[in-house]
Design a protein. Structure first.
Length: 195
């Protein structure tokens, strides 16, 4: 309860601090909008250098950066086709390399999963809440590309899950907008709140 109230206050503060850029038909619509510590993505191209994917496996619990343009490399990095896959997406002001995402990662590694961590830290920074909301679209688009890489490499949709923390949960929900075949199951809840 206490955490919830703190988050609510932070959210209001973030909304107050964020600047809504004026998006009226200028050339600025075509390029990423950067202000202070914030970025609002307007280039809809994947992969994007501010959205990164890292693979962890039980044998290689140290991260490998994944380039979705080279799906053939997945096996070389220790990805196993028979295993279940999980995509883990952090929330507002998060990063893949900090709690609670690392706790989730280790729990899935323990359950013998191929773990893909999605990092969109530069696009989700405090207090740029409105930018983060807007950036979710591109993050889901690029994560859908990663998802396609997994299925192209032979991973099964029904063995692939998405887990998100806060805004990350919304991104999990948005991935299927970019896929022809619906994801088999999407796990994403707001209650992954431990600090
Ligand atoms: C945002 O993240 C940074 C870096 O992890 C942290 O120091 C800061 O306290 C966070 N801010 C909020 C409001 O959660």
């Amino acid at each position: 309860m206490c955490l919830k109230r703190i988050e609510f206050v932070l959210l209001i503060f973030a909304l107050y601090m964020d600047i809504v850029p004026d998006a009226e038909g200028s050339i600025m619509d075509m390029v990423d909008f950067r202000y202070w510590r914030c970025v609002m993505k307007r280039e809809w191209e994947c992969p994007d250098h501010e959205i990164n994917f890292f693979l962890f496996t039980p044998e290689h619990p140290h991260q490998h950066w994944i380039d979705p343009r080279h799906p053939d490399l997945l096996q070389d990095l220790g990805w196993k086709i028979g295993r279940k896959n999980v995509l883990i997406i952090h929330g507002f002001n998060g990063t893949h390399s900090k709690s609670p995402m690392t706790t989730l990662r280790d729990a899935f590694l323990h359950q013998d999963y191929n773990v893909f961590m999605v990092d969109w830290a530069p696009l989700s920074r405090f207090p740029c809440y409105l930018s983060a909301l807007s950036n979710m679209k591109l993050v889901s688009q690029c994560t859908a590309q990663l998802y396609s890489v997994i299925t192209e490499a032979g991973g099964l949709a029904k063995k692939t899950t998405c887990v998100g923390h806060s805004l990350g949960a919304h991104i999990c929900g948005m991935i299927s907008n970019h896929l022809t075949e619906k994801q088999y199951k999407i796990v994403g809840k707001f209650f992954w709140f431990f600090v």
